[in-house]
Design a protein around this ligand. Structure first.
Ligand SMILES: Nc1ncnc2c1ncn2[C@@H]1O[C@H](COP(=O)(O)OP(=O)(O)OP(=O)(O)O)[C@@H](O)[C@H]1O
Ligand SMILES: [Mg+2]
Length: 362
């Protein structure tokens, strides 16, 4: 759920002086990265109202007590409350991973691939938008420390706001995002070994004000087992989707990531084949990267092939400029595939996949 600044007690005063409206908004911190956006959005909301000739937005800053109250309000409403030790402010301080709670209603979808560059992040972002379009609350955790790209793909240009140690995730195209990219400089190499990655993931899960999304999508780094191991520990009910391209070599590598997931007891729910074909001007489908890899992998894993996503220029361009194809061209072939994939995942439900080898034949 996204809250309005009125709900959050951030609007501190409204003055009307002969058509000129002054709005005072209290920011959480003086250097709040959202100051320009808040000013802009308040102005755009008020300016079109009847009789308004001008809008002035004044910004002030919350006191420590006000900020603590806000934090309590934000964390208190969705079951993260309680468990905190004596040093936290107020009763609502969150300190546990809300997704490991058996009562959590969030379905966690882990997107993995054997190798890089197969379109895992593109699939994550567009699937997230497609699920949000269906009316679900969606969050993305970009856990790909080596190639974090989700914020850019979702057009998020600022870092998260931190309120008293709790991280408020920025929202892009209706999707909440936390990325390792927010916490390391753009041009710095990321050299995180397993334990550090593990710690970072844990922190993202516990210190971020996630709310209670219906879906949390995790963009996992390609190949390595470290993140799969951490996920198995922190998100034991995560459902894995394996992304592959159609050529047999990619399929074999993808299989390793699926087997890794199985080894740590994460359910592999299905396969997504990306770059399946290019539709030419002649309306013919050209299988540029070969054909059949997705189905082969699905058969090997005993999991369904959930989608085949075509190769389209708008998908790459959309990622580069922060306008996913599902936003920029919602009726295009690729967007329809993402919509169908999203519906399919909703229909599948959270249950663990049936294992054909365990079926009793009769
Ligand atoms: N179906 C598609 N059609 C056209 N371009 C695509 C498609 N899928 C992905 N791409 C492009 O291919 C490149 C790699 O995609 P993406 O970054 O999503 O892959 P990835 O598996 O997350 O890679 P990495 O391992 O680097 O994280 C990007 O430039 C993306 O825009
Ligand atoms: Mg990626």
């Amino acid at each position: 759920m996204q809250r309005s600044i009125v709900d959050l007690d951030m609007v501190r005063g409204i003055r009307v002086d002969d058509g000129r409206v002054g709005v005072t908004v209290a920011l959480t911190v003086a250097g709040c990265p959202l100051r320009a956006e808040i000013t802009d959005r308040v102005t755009r909301a008020v300016a079109p109202l009847e009789g308004v000739s001008g809008v002035d937005v004044d910004l002030t800053v919350m006191t420590d007590d006000e900020r603590a109250a806000l934090r309590t309000r934000l964390t208190g409403d969705h079951g993260q409350a309680g468990a905190a030790g004596g040093h936290q402010h107020g009763p609502g301080a969150a300190s546990s991973n809300p997704f490991s709670d058996p009562a959590s209603r969030t379905r966690v979808l882990g997107l993995s691939s054997g190798k890089g560059g197969v379109g895992k992040s593109s699939v994550t972002v567009n699937l997230a938008v497609a699920l949000a379009r269906l009316g679900h609350e969606v969050a993305v955790l970009d856990a790909d420390v080596y190639g974090f790209s989700v914020p850019k793909m979702l057009g998020i240009g600022h870092d998260p706001v931190v309120i008293d140690g709790m991280i408020v995730p920025p929202v892009g195209h209706g999707v909440k995002v936390i990325s390792t990219g927010f916490f390391v400089g753009d041009d710095q190499p990321v050299i995180w070994r397993g334990p550090m990655l593990h710690k970072a993931l844990e922190q993202f899960l516990t210190d971020v004000l996630w709310g209670e999304p219906t879906f949390l999508l995790v963009d996992m780094p390609p190949g390595t087992g470290d993140v799969a191991l951490s996920m198995a520990q922190f998100l034991p009910r995560a459902e894995m989707l394996v992304v592959t391209t159609p050529q047999p070599a990619a399929q074999r590598v993808a299989q390793r990531s699926a087997l890794m997931a199985r080894k740590v007891n994460l359910a592999v729910r299905g396969v997504v084949e990306n770059m399946s074909w290019f539709t030419g001007d002649d309306a013919k489908r050209y299988p540029i990267f070969g054909a059949g890899g997705g189905q082969m992998l699905a058969d090997d894993l005993g999991a369904p092939l959930l989608a085949q996503i075509p190769l389209v220029t708008a998908l790459r361009e959309g990622g580069d400029v922060g306008q996913p194809v599902t936003v920029a061209e919602p009726l295009s072939e690729a967007s329809q595939v993402f919509d169908t994939l999203a519906r399919h995942i909703v229909e599948l439900g959270p249950g663990r996949i049936s294992r054909p080898e365990l079926r009793i034949s009769g």
